[in-house]
Each structure stands twice: as structure tokens, then as C-alpha cells.
Design a protein around this ligand. Structure first.
Ligand code: NAP
Length: 296
């Protein structure tokens, strides 16, 4: 199978590209990163006019996995026009070009399409974004499914795990903060359904081979506050849990942009991919650090 993976220099795209390249003909897409992963990569700015058409002409794929994005909430708030270009126009163009060639597209959206007032959101729950990032993701979802109803929109919850030297995750940001400040301040009252990047890669691999379309929620089975997740990370990494300082998300200067509870229901994921084993994040994180200890 020929697979185009955009965002190949990002946290999730690098993981996905490296695994898929073992079994498929993969072309990754990078934009500004100098350091490139160890599989074929095209350097393309997807916001440039005609970029998607040229890319798919030179590498006609069976499926496109679109991981490229402006993925940080505060960066999108600061640069809303650029966020719209990267997060909405680029996936729309890519989806139209893929559809014109009979290729499906898997688009990664986000739990940030929800207001966070309720939690345990399902695919049927009405979205209501609280920030620019969430709005761009919601508009892109519509554009991607309008281009081809066979496309799949995977709404990811918070993805944890060690990076492969590309992008950064919650895991690395928290460990970095503990290294710099001796502690990390994490919210006790903001909840997500964190999932490990290995589970995301497994799910995406299954989805490329399945006839599944429309919106699918992909999160872990546990609803955790950021502080609980931080403590789980500390235990997994062999760091004292006291390094986590508990704070309220209401203490954040832009708290109104942060949804309180964007945890997911897991019904469709379990129904469509019953063989996908999503282990608790602490178990997966412990495996990350056990590997590191073995390597040392
Ligand atoms: N990580 C999470 O916890 C999480 C949660 C929910 C949803 N998601 C979604 O999952 C997807 C992947 O997230 P991630 O964490 O892997 O993102 P990331 O680490 O921030 O990576 C972003 C990628 O997008 C590429 N990119 C940015 N602008 C581009 C442009 N104009 N043209 C081409 N490529 C461009 C970057 O390339 P260069 O670095 O080469 O410029 C980079 O490879 C995103 O859609 C994100 O919104 C992630």
C-alpha cells in the first residue's frame, strides 16, 4: 500500500511513519524541520497554492494520513489566520486532491471541538469549541468529510508517550519542567482520556485497512486529571510524585480557552476495533521507561 503521512516530523506522524514504513511504501511530508526521520520525506509547505496537487501527482497514494497541523492551543490563539491556513485550508485541499484520485484520507481532529462542560463525549455529542484551535479542527472535519464521505476523522484525546526525536508530547514537556523547576504544576480539575502514542499508531494502522468512515473518538479508557496523569508519569519514570504541584485550571490567565472535561466515551472504538488493546497509560509509560533503562 502507498501511504502519504503528513506531519512526519511531528510527534505522532514520526511514530506512525516509522512503523508503517516497515510494511508499506511510505512518503512522509515535512515543512520546516531540518532534522528528518529515517524514511522517505518530501519537504512541502501544505499551505502553498497547488502544493497538495503536486504532492499527490508525484506520489499517488492509496491513503493519506494527515498529521500536519498547528497543534498548540495558544499558538492558534496568537496566529488565527495562519491556524486557519494550516488547520483548515491545507486538509481541505489535501482531501479534495485525494478524492480526485480515489484515495481515502484519515484526518486527526481533537477533543478540543467540545466545550468541556460535560465530559464522556461520544461521536454523537454536539461540538462547541472554546478556542481557535478547536474551531479550526471542527471546520476541517466538515471539509474532509465533504470531500469524500469515505474519509475518516479520528478525534484524538491527549496523546502521551516518549517521542522519537520529533515534536513534543505531554510526557516530555512535564519531564522537562521537572528538570528545569524541580516540579511541574498540573491541573487537578481539568480532565481528559489520555492515550499512549503506541495505541494511536496501532489504531491508525487498523483503520487504514478497514472500511470505516466518519467520525471516531480515540482516547484511553480512563478519565484522568492532568495532575493524576502527571503522578502516573512520575511513577512510571521512577520520579517522586511530590514533584507534581497541584493547581486549578482556573488559575491559568486564559482559563476561558481551556475546556474543563473533554474525556471521551469509548463505545465506537470498542465496537469497530474490538481487537485494539488500549492499555492504561501508566502501564504504557512504564514500558517506555523500562526500555530506556534496558538501553542504558
Ligand atoms: N499530540 C496530541 O496530544 C494531540 C491531541 C489531539 C489531536 N492531535 C492532532 O494530531 C495531529 C498530530 O499532532 P502532533 O502532536 O504530532 O503535532 P506536532 O508534533 O505539532 O507536529 C506538527 C507537524 O505539522 C507539520 N506542519 C506544520 N505546518 C505545516 C505546513 N504548513 N506544511 C506541512 N507540514 C506542516 C510540522 O512539520 P515541520 O515541523 O517540518 O514544520 C510537523 O511535522 C494534529 O492534527 C493534532 O492537532 C494531537
Amino acid at each position: 500500500m502507498r501511504v502519504l503521512v503528513t506531519g512526519a516530523t511531528g510527534f505522532i506522524g514520526a511514530h506512525l511513519g516509522m512503523i508503517l514504513a516497515k510494511r508499506h511504501d511510505v512518503l512522509g511530508v515535512a515543512c520546516t524541520s531540518q532534522h528528518l526521520p529515517d524514511f522517505p520525506v518530501s519537504r512541502t509547505d501544505l499551505t502553498e497554492p497547488d502544493a497538495s496537487r503536486k504532492l499527490l501527482q508525484s506520489f499517488p497514494p492509496d491513503i493519506v494520513i494527515h498529521c500536519a497541523a498547528m497543534s498548540r492551543v495558544m499558538e492558534c490563539e496568537a496566529h488565527p489566520v495562519k491556524a486557519e491556513e494550516i488547520n483548515v485550508h491545507a486538509p481541505r485541499e489535501l482531501a479534495l486532491q485525494a478524492a480526485a484520485r480515489g484515495a481515502r484520507l484519515l484526518f486527526f481532529s481533537s477533543d478540543m471541538v467540545f466545550s468541556g462542560e460535560r465530559g464522556y463525549y461520544t461521536e454523537q455529542s454536539p461540538p462547541s469549541p472554546q478556542n481557535v484551535y478547536g474551531w479550526t479542527k471542527l471546520r476541517a472535519e466538515a471539509a474532509v468529510l465533504e470531500a469524500n464521505a469515505q474519509n475518516i476523522v479520528v478525534r484524538l484525546n491527549l496523546v502521551v508517550g516518549k517521542g522519537r526525536g520529533f515534536g513534543t508530547s505531554f510526557t516530555e514537556r512535564i519531564l522537562d519542567e521537572i528538570n528545569r523547576r524541580g516540579k511541574a504544576s498540573l491541573f487537578t480539575d481539568q480532565f481528559r482520556s489520555p492515550i499512549h502514542v503506541r495505541s494511536v499508531v496501532l489504531a491508525a494502522t487498523l483503520l487504514t485497512e478497514r472500511d470505516i468512515s466518519g467520525i471516531l473518538h480515540l482516547g484511553g479508557s480512563q478519565r484522568l486529571s492532568r495532575a493524576e496523569l502527571g503522578r502516573a508519569l512520575c511513577r512510571a519514570a521512577g520520579i517522586e510524585e511530590v514533584k507534581i504541584e497541584e493547581v486549578s485550571y482556573l488559575s491559568h490567565p486564559q482559563a476561558s480557552l481551556l475546556p474543563r472535561d473533554t474525556s471521551f466515551g469509548v463505545g465506537r472504538r470498542e465496537m469497530e476495533m474490538p481487537e485494539l488493546e488500549v492499555r492504561p497509560v501508566e502501564t504504557e509509560l512504564a514500558a517506555d521507561f523500562a526500555k530506556e533503562r534496558v538501553l542504558l
